[in-house]
Design a protein around this ligand. Structure first.
Ligand SMILES: Nc1ncnc2c1ncn2[C@@H]1O[C@@H](CSCCNC[C@@H]2Cc3ccc([N+](=O)[O-])cc3CN2)[C@@H](O)[C@H]1O
Length: 261
């Protein structure tokens, strides 16, 4: 699978998935507002707490930690590819020339929090303040992060979006990878997992077709149970026709909130 990612193009990937129509903040049925709503509820309903949030397979995106950065004082971003880690560093160092303008995302999450969208600069500053590391990760390794990256206690919360199914050749590999990241979490810690349903491929750049293991809800729930998670909530988004834009064959998106037993 690693070879599939040689041509991954962060800028193209961001354009494919994180601009309209998939990221249209004026549309109730757009995918990104749905994802941000799921994450906001999950992080703020009172049971998620602690010091350290780790994002597994961040890719070149930041949306997945825009709510969590208000709850945790330390956030670690991770990805397999240096090109993605560079993209994240560029935004976090405010160096400009980023693949995407995250302002609408920051404004939308401020609105979800009952704040004026104009304070998005405060949220940006908060995120830049709490992200302590951007680390390499390999979910196929029993220890996905380098030794010593986390304390022996583990993370208080994990978030992972569209990663595991996109790097696993089959369901067994997906389940093993889920077990590997489960080991990064302290007992009682939470997992917030977003992923694709029914997806067999996606384009990670022009002509860069990457295989994905197609999942259904039952398989996701079975893998969570098999790897020592208790499911708290599963939400599913079914893509309207005009969200199927030719960059993948995804039919739905799942959101899982689960707890390590
Ligand atoms: N061994 C590894 N361990 C960890 N991460 C690894 C490994 N190998 C590659 N990676 C890392 O994993 C990758 C994460 S990006 C994966 C993209 N997933 C599919 C794509 C995403 C997407 C987005 C939005 C919507 N939607 O409907 O709005 C649908 C879809 C469905 N298509 C990439 O960052 C790579 O760098």
């Amino acid at each position: 699978m690693a070879a599939c990612y040689h041509g991954f193009d962060p800028a193209a990937y961001l354009q494919y998935n994180y601009t309209a129509p998939r990221a249209d903040f004026k549309r109730q049925d757009s995918i990104v507002p749905w994802k941000l709503g799921c994450l906001h509820r999950a992080f703020t309903e009172g049971d998620v707490s602690g010091e350290l949030l780790v994002d597994i397979g961040s890719g070149p995106t930041l949306y997945q930690v825009l709510s969590g950065c208000e709850v945790f004082n330390r956030v670690i971003l991770t990805d397999f590819l240096e090109v993605n880690r560079q993209e994240l560093r560029r935004w976090l160092r405010d160096e400009g020339d980023c693949g995407l303008d995250w302002t609408p995302y920051l404004q939308h999450v401020c609105k979800l929090e009952g704040r004026q969208p104009s304070v998005w600069t405060e949220k940006a500053a908060r995120l830049r303040a709490v992200v302590s590391d951007i680390l390499p990760v390999d979910v196929h390794h029993p220890q996905p992060l380098a030794p010593g990256a986390l304390s022996s206690v583990g993370a208080d919360c994990l978030v992972s979006c569209f990663c595991l199914e996109s790097v696993s050749p089959d369901l067994a590999a997906f389940t093993r990878a889920l077990g590997h990241i489960q080991g990064l979490l302290r007992p009682g810690g939470h997992l917030l997992l977003i992923g694709a349903l029914g997806e067999s491929y996606y384009f990670g750049g022009p002509g860069v077709k990457i295989p994905v293991v197609p999942l259904n809800e039952a398989e996701v729930c079975a893998s969570l149970k098999e790897t020592g998670f208790t499911l708290i909530r599963l939400e599913v988004y079914t893509l309207p026709q005009d969200m199927r834009v030719g960059v993948d064959d995804v039919s739905g998106v799942f959101f899982v909130k689960a707890k390590k037993e």
